[in-house]
Write a protein that binds this ligand. Structure first.
Ligand SMILES: [Zn+2]
Length: 343
């Protein structure tokens, strides 16, 4: 049984990775170091916990998710499963943490389970010193020791560390898996979740965060309101709007979401033009607005506008293009394109 409830949802997707891990376990080859890499919040850390449960669960049907061992791991209180994260008042995972929580601990036999598992979350935050300290354990791991480095930035780690690890790559989840994970969440607006699921690029963690982020919904509301008015609006409105957008450059997630929203708008216009049913729209709650403007853009227009959105996104992220300028350039082009059709 592979479905286990951890605090915020269920483990879903990444079946291939779990199969490989299970195979190693069955072949009694699971000790050693692992590098779990992939974009943020797609289930790497949860899979690490699942693996810790698998190797320590006494059940025939491991990981059962129900036994004392599984539940302790789920709660983060199992004495053999250590989770190492950056401390709040620090910018890196310090050498002291690595020494106290890994190096000194790895020599001991498991207290309750079969393996001592060390999960280092956001392992790219280990500085060189911490990594070198860790390396000593990784070079001579005990037969009952598993070290899992979880990271979205594997290239930030030292080559010597990476070469010691079995690399397990994680890919974004499918929409179906995302829906499954998000379906039963408490205290989240289901309609909002449906909307963010499609624009959160296979990352359930991101979708949950966005669904609960009021700023995200305001950005989206303001953007779609201006897009609806654009074809027959005034240039002054664009200037006013672009001045009002206050996403900071460091706010990468919201910045990415902003460009995803723009792309989703034109993707929906294409779907309406193709006569596809309402439930295929990403922005169903803005259906009326989309219907007011969908005929303003030809298929070619949309292709041009989509490439421009991607280009401005790239310039914003890679070349530090001023966001307000980028938005102005984009919206002016969208307005000009849309007005031609109306005119
Ligand atoms: Zn169990």
């Amino acid at each position: 049984m592979d479905e286990i409830t951890y605090g915020i949802g269920k483990l879903r997707g990444h079946e291939k990775n779990r199969e490989s891990l299970r195979k190693l376990f069955e072949e009694k080859a699971s000790s050693g170091s692992y590098l779990f890499s992939g974009m943020p919040a797609i289930g790497k850390f949860k899979t690490a916990l699942w693996f810790a449960q698998l190797v320590n669960c006494p059940s025939f049907d491991a990981p059962c998710g129900l036994c004392v061992s599984c539940r302790k791991i789920d709660k983060g209180v199992h004495p053999d499963v250590k989770i190492i994260k950056k401390l709040e008042d620090k910018t890196v995972i310090t050498i002291d943490q690595v020494r106290d929580q890994v190096v000194n601990e790895a020599n001991f036999k498991p207290l309750e389970g079969r393996f001592r598992v060390f999960i280092i979350d956001d392992a790219h935050l280990l500085n060189d010193q911490s990594q070198n300290s860790l390396l000593k354990v990784m070079e001579e791991p005990g037969a009952q020791v598993i070290i899992i480095l979880v990271t979205s930035r594997p290239s930030d780690l030292l080559d010597t560390i990476r070469s010691r690890c079995r690399a397990i790559r994680f890919f974004p989840l499918s929409d179906k898996d995302m829906e499954y994970i998000l379906r039963d969440l408490p205290d989240v607006d289901y309609e909002k979740l449906g909307i963010v699921t499609s624009i959160s690029a296979g990352s359930p963690g991101k979708a949950i965060k966005q669904a609960q982020d009021e700023v995200f919904w305001k950005i989206r509301h303001d953007l779609f309101t201006v897009l609806e008015k654009l074809p027959d609006g005034q240039l002054g409105d664009i200037l006013k709007y672009s001045e009002s957008v206050s996403i900071q450059r460091a706010d990468v997630e919201r910045l990415e979401a902003f460009f995803e929203m723009l792309l989703s708008w034109f993707r929906d216009i294409e779907f309406i033009q193709a006569g596809l049913p309402e439930d295929t729209l990403l922005n169903r709650d803005f259906k009326e607005s989309l219907e007011k403007v969908y005929f303003c853009y030809s298929a070619e227009d949309i292709t041009v506008l989509q490439s421009l959105i991607l280009e401005i996104r790239k310039l914003t992220f890679e070349n530090n293009l001023n966001l307000k300028m980028g938005i102005q350039r984009l919206l002016i082009k969208i307005k000009q394109t849309g007005s031609v059709q109306i005119g």
